[in-house]
Design a protein around this ligand. Sequence first.
Ligand code: SF4
Length: 290
Amino acid sequence: MRKLSDVLKQQYGKRIRRLCLSSGCTCPNRDGTCGNGGCTFCSEGGSGEFASPAVDVDTQIRLAKQLLKIPEDSKGFIAYYQSFTNTYGDIDRLSALYQETIRRDDILILDLATRPDCLGEDVMNMIRKLNRIKPVWIELGLQTVHERTARRINRGYPLPVFEESFRKLKEAGLPVIVHMIFGLPGESRTDMLESIRWLAERKPDGVKITMLQILKGTSLAEEYASHPFPLLSMEEYADLVAEAFAILPKDTVIHRMTGDPPRSLLIAPEWTLHKKRVMNAITHRISSSH
Ligand code: SF4
């Protein structure tokens, strides 16, 4: 298992941090293009609670640095466009925004979170061009390989769409980071590990794993209130993550092993707020299985 922080430190000789930025995009699973209401777990913020509102790049980067309490002139960051679908919208506007971002001398890497159904040829051309300037990472939310769960969480695309986009991105030589969620309603331990095995066969460059978080204002919160379903305990989650790391290829980089829920929005599970404790439980589980 390779942790992102270690990989970046080795590559750049120092700690590299992410600046969370907003592209001002919406999501086709929210605006009716492929669905309404979005994925059931997705909050108002579009699954990214820490970016500033869509203002110009300079201001956003200055505010993001202030948030991290680092000097304004510091360099060496990942520009992370996290919330909503960052390849969905007017291609000329997006192209100009990302060109401006990637050409800054304080940015090392451009990191775009998106959906596999928003990677048409115009978008792929834009990404290829950007990738000639500096590295571009693409993050795709898969969450599960099981269609019945995908329908239940209203993911809004079937698995072959992911497969096709993943293949296209790999052919273009772009690193792909895949998001997975453990504890989705109706999924057993076997289901979750099946998803990881499926993904492992495709050799993703990176993975982000999180526990399902029930956030206020989401349709998942309504579902949970009317038909409560079991949530994983911290120990069960740690055990699953340790097992997932044993299944994933050795050179897949672990970008995240637990989430960072906004305290004010979290309904359950409460333990996800204690990131350090969760990380310790995972580390303990990994070392005791060796
Ligand atoms: S694709 Fe992302 S932004 Fe869109 S509804 Fe799902 S989680 Fe939210």
